[in-house]
Design a protein around this ligand. Structure first.
Ligand code: GLU
Length: 547
């Protein structure tokens, strides 16, 4: 049987286009020569992590700093790993961090001319090419069972040989047409394998856009290109997709570097010019003095949800990742403190060649700085965004009163003023800090340091004299006036000179009032807090705080 007939027997589909047709269907993109076309190509597993964001940011920056395109392709060939809603979740998560696709799966864009962007919907294209390779004698069916393959692997391992399907171990490589026909007729399942033309005695010099020149051994493995259900493997599908989606730069994790020889050969036999490849190094962290990869099991900070749920300022996360992506970003930031990170000239070749160290403390620091720069309404929007998604029902109700919240934020975080509070790194912290401004979340502890009689007298006396129209100095003079009534010194200098003569001093009076109003011994300016709460609520709190 000639290879044409063999191809018809193995892939009998009548609706396949001649492969070269796809060159017309997906023509070269019109673009400036420097413009990069990049893609994020996740499997729809539902788990999107910091490494994906890191890679997506590199993709997005590489595309958008060169006037190119960044698109989303879904690699859903493994049905078992698919999770409903995963694609929307990728888009939403990246969107939260300010990373947007120009084109691709579930993206509403006039640029969507290279789809479908789900690999499962591209089966015909892969099958057309697999069929062509069979016709060319560059691919063949393999009927080996799992057990047979395992036995070969064990033998190779015992003999300390490279494992896999190659050379004399590629049992189905030389099956006769009759044997193939008989097997197919007998209904034996088969995969389609590449008939590798390579030799592991040859070396290939390859230029990685990040790692520079890398020498790899030529592929000689007859890798599977179509699985027994007719669905392609990653190797085969990505080569075809990156070619026809006209990707110019593939940025992916360094775990793919070992498959590169296979990919180089696949592009060659398919007649494609390979895109540029950039293999990013893994995100690492310091753990008890040693560097190790961030792990899904051990490190909650690997999951992007962690940042959203605890309310990190998204731009801080992105800016932090930029510092890992390009080491001169930090210096640029110092020179351009208020500039948008998108104004920085990102360059793929400036990315680190080995393990990128992820330092949560540094990220926290950056988050605090970024939050401290927010304007009143930015701060409100940021906190409200978190509250809408993760806050309690009470938080949601509180945030309906924007005017009130902004007044509180101005005081608590110094937002809008000169003295900014710089210790808030996450929305959640900010939201909890203002709890005491609302009666339903005001949970005082009343941990007074004085006896009942003193406390109650301070509270009663102050309530009698309190007038919301008082400015700060009048307010304070009223606090001072209470001191002698409870045996406290009204002047600090007097108290310091003769502490034995007094039970306490004016600041202790203020502390009692503070505990009554805020539930805590420390707070920002109490006169302003009472002004925000208003007379009625302030008096109610002074009364309720008596012991
Ligand atoms: N689907 C692959 C993954 O999720 C994509 C690798 C690539 O970017 O080519 O790891």
């Amino acid at each position: 049987m000639d290879t044409k007939k063999l191809a018809d027997l193995l892939i009998p589909d009548s609706d396949l286009l001649p492969p070269e047709e796809y060159e017309n269907i997906y023509p070269e993109r019109e673009r400036e020569s420097k413009a990069e076309v990049t893609r994020l190509a996740p499997s729809p597993t539902g788990f999107i992590h910091l490494g994906n964001l890191y890679s997506a940011l590199a993709d997005e920056r590489a595309a958008h700093t060169t006037g190119g395109i960044f698109y989303l392709r879904i690699e859903d060939t493994d049905e078992k790993r698919k999770v409903d809603g995963a694609v929307e979740s990728v888009i939403r998560s990246l969107n939260y961090f300010g990373i947007n696709f120009d084109e691709g799966a579930e993206i509403d864009s006039p640029l969507n001319k290279y789809g479908p962007y789900y690999q499962r919907q591209r089966a015909k294209i892969y099958r057309a090419f697999a069929k062509r390779l069979i016709e060319q004698g560059l691919a063949y069916p393999c009927f080996c069972t799992e057990d047979e393959l395992n036995a070969v692997r064990e033998e190779q391992t015992a003999q300390k040989l490279i494992t896999g399907y190659y050379g004399k171990y590629a049992k189905c490589r030389n099956l006769s047409s009759e044997q193939i026909e008989a097997n197919v007729k007998a209904g034996k399942p088969y995969v389609i394998r590449l008939k590798s033309q390579g030799s592991n005695e040859n070396k290939i010099l390859f230029k990685d856009a990040i790692k520079g020149e890398v020498t790899v051994t030529e592929n000689d493995q007859d890798v599977v290109i179509l699985k027994s259900d007719g669905i392609p493997t990653y190797h085969f599908a990505h080569a075809i997709d990156d070619h026809f989606m006209r990707t110019t730069l593939v940025i992916r994790g360094e775990e793919w570097l070992s498959s590169l020889p296979v990919h180089i050969e696949l592009h060659k036999v398919l007649g494609f010019k390979p895109p540029k490849y950039a293999h990013t190094c893994s995100l690492m962290k310091m753990d008890g003095g040693t560097k190790r990869k961030l792990s899904k099991r051990k490190d909650p900070e690997l999951s992007l949800d962690y940042y959203r749920k605890s309310g990190y300022f998204p731009k801080a996360v992105v800016r932090y990742l930029m510092t890992i992506l390009n080491s001169d970003f930090e210096e640029w930031t110092l020179k351009n403190p208020d500039a948008d990170y998108r104004d920085f000239k990102f360059r793929i070749e400036k990315m680190g060649k080995s393990g990128a160290l992820f330092d949560l403390d540094k990220l926290n620091d950056l988050s605090r700085t970024e939050i401290s720069k927010l304007s009143e309404s930015e701060c409100y929007d940021f906190l409200k965004g978190w509250v809408d998604e993760f806050g309690t029902e009470k938080d949601k109700a509180h945030f309906k009163d924007k005017e009130y919240i902004i007044k509180v934020l101005a005081l608590i975080m110094g937002v809008g003023g000169k003295k900014r509070r710089k210790d808030i790194e996450r929305a959640e912290q900010g939201v909890r800090l203002i709890d005491y401004f609302f009666d339903d979340t005001f949970a005082p502890e009343y941990a007074y340091r004085f006896d009942k009689e003193t406390v109650n007298r301070v509270l009663d006396k102050f309530a009698e004299s309190y007038d919301p129209a008082d400015d700060n100095s009048v307010w304070f003079s009223k606090v001072k006036a209470i001191a002698p009534l409870v045996g406290f010194a009204s002047e600090m200098s007097e108290y310091k000179a003769h502490p034995e003569n007094y039970k306490g001093n004016v600041s202790d009076v203020a502390e009692i009032l503070r505990i009554a109003i805020t539930g805590m011994p420390n707070s920002p300016d109490l006169c302003t807090i009472m002004g925000i709460l208003g007379k009625e609520r302030s008096l109610l709190r002074l009364n309720a705080a008596k012991i």
